[in-house]
Design a protein around this ligand. Structure first.
Ligand code: NDP
Length: 339
């Protein structure tokens, strides 16, 4: 696949043939096509990160046909800083490309103190969307998600807040994230009755996290809702990052992340075997992990993170080989099913 290296630090012009290599898939039964690889800004885009590096990652992504950037109110750290940095880069580099981008944000986790800055009330969702738009300097987001279920707020209230944001023109589409299958089905039906179809479900899905295969994917297909798989590399475990130990600059090697050393150590035997299987089919483990998800066309997109343009480019090459033969699938399952 063609890989660009455009690094002009001052003026950015996206390369002209940026749409030539990326594969786009329809999101459920909607009018929206998403790139099969999308970029998330959970890590590597906050105030603690190097803004020029973040900028290079975003530019490279767009130059390679990645038209979808995913954010949330609390991405950083500190909370809000990924959206602020993205807003800055949006203004500097991407404002002329706004109509070529699908930008998403979310609310659902703790964001500000007191009873109105968390979970799923109408009060929280509408205020949070307004804050996100201000931080990013946008008039609207393309997708606004409820980030996780709230057991105490009526689902009708949360979904009507999403519907309201669309009617206000602050979001073009809405989605849900981390909803188990039964609740997702209820949410989809409520949104349908309100006249704002649920575009997409953002679910944790990787070789190490297969819960969506049980019921969720069947339900989403039935209702024509797309699925975007987050943490498809299991936060980096499904790459060669940890094969020879835990580097100090890796997610597991750093403080204040959601990937603990113990998790990596526990998965290491499987990681090493999967790495061998990947090499045998001519891929890096990262590439095999992404291809493995994309072999199912119910997966609209895989939502990766990257701490460098090198990682991003490596991951994009997954698209060169999406097919698996039965033997490869069987061997991968054998490794994944080990205790
Ligand atoms: P991944 O599973 O893709 O992990 C990304 C991390 O893996 C990178 O930051 C890097 O970590 C490492 N990595 C990536 N590519 C390579 C490579 N080729 N070789 C070696 N290491 C590599 O995704 P994330 O966990 O970052 O999540 C992606 C996005 O999903 C988020 O940004 C967010 O948008 C979304 N998300 C949504 C959630 C939700 O609740 N809805 C929750 C979590 C994520 P390192 O720092 O070690 O280099």
């Amino acid at each position: 696949m063609r890989i660009s290296d455009k690094t002009n630090p001052v003026e950015y012009r996206a390369i002209e043939d940026r749409y030539d290599e990326m594969i786009y898939r329809r999101c459920g039964k909607s009018g929206i096509l998403l790139p099969t690889i999308s970029l998330g800004l959970w890590h590597n885009f906050g105030y603690l990160d190097n803004l020029e590096k973040s900028r290079r990652i975003l530019r490279t992504a767009f130059d390679e046909g990645i038209t979808h950037f995913d954010l949330a109110n609390n991405y950083g750290p500190p909370y809000g800083s990924a959206e602020e940095n993205f807003g800055l880069l949006m203004k500097r580099d991407f404002s002329v490309y706004r109509d070529e981008l699908i930008i998403s944000s979310k609310a659902g986790y703790d964001m500000w103190p007191g009873p109105y800055g968390n979970l799923g009330s109408r009060k929280y969702l509408i205020a949070s969307c307004d804050q996100s738009l201000k931080r990013m300097g946008l008039d609207y987001v393309d997708i606004f998600y409820h980030h996780r279920p709230d057991p105490d707020t009526p689902l009708e209230e949360t979904m009507s807040a999403l519907d309201h944001l669309v009617r206000q023109g602050k979001a073009l589409y809405v989605g849900i994230s981390n909803y188990p299958a039964d609740l997702a089905e209820r949410a989809i039906n409520i949104l349908k009755d309100l006249g704002t179809p649920c575009l997409i479900h953002q679910a944790k899905y990787s070789m190490f996290e297969r819960w969506v295969e049980e019921d969720l994917l069947t339900i989403l297909e039935e209702y024509g809702v797309g699925c975007i798989a987050f943490s498809p590399l299991a936060q980096g475990m499904l790459t060669d990052r940890y094969i020879n130990g835990i580097p100090a600059d890796s997610r597991a090697g750093k403080e204040m992340t959601y990937l603990e050393r113990g998790q990596v150590e526990a998965q290491l035997p499987k990681i090493k075997q999967l790495n061998e299987l990947a090499l045998a089919r001519g891929q890096k483990l990262s590439q095999m992990a992404l291809s493995w998800l994309l072999k199912d066309d119910r997966i609209t997109s895989v939502l990766i993170g990257a701490s460098s343009t090198k990682q991003l480019k490596e991951n994009l090459e997954a698209l060169d080989k999406l097919e698996f033969d039965e033997d490869e699938i069987r061997k991968i399952d054998e490794v994944l099913n080990q205790f």
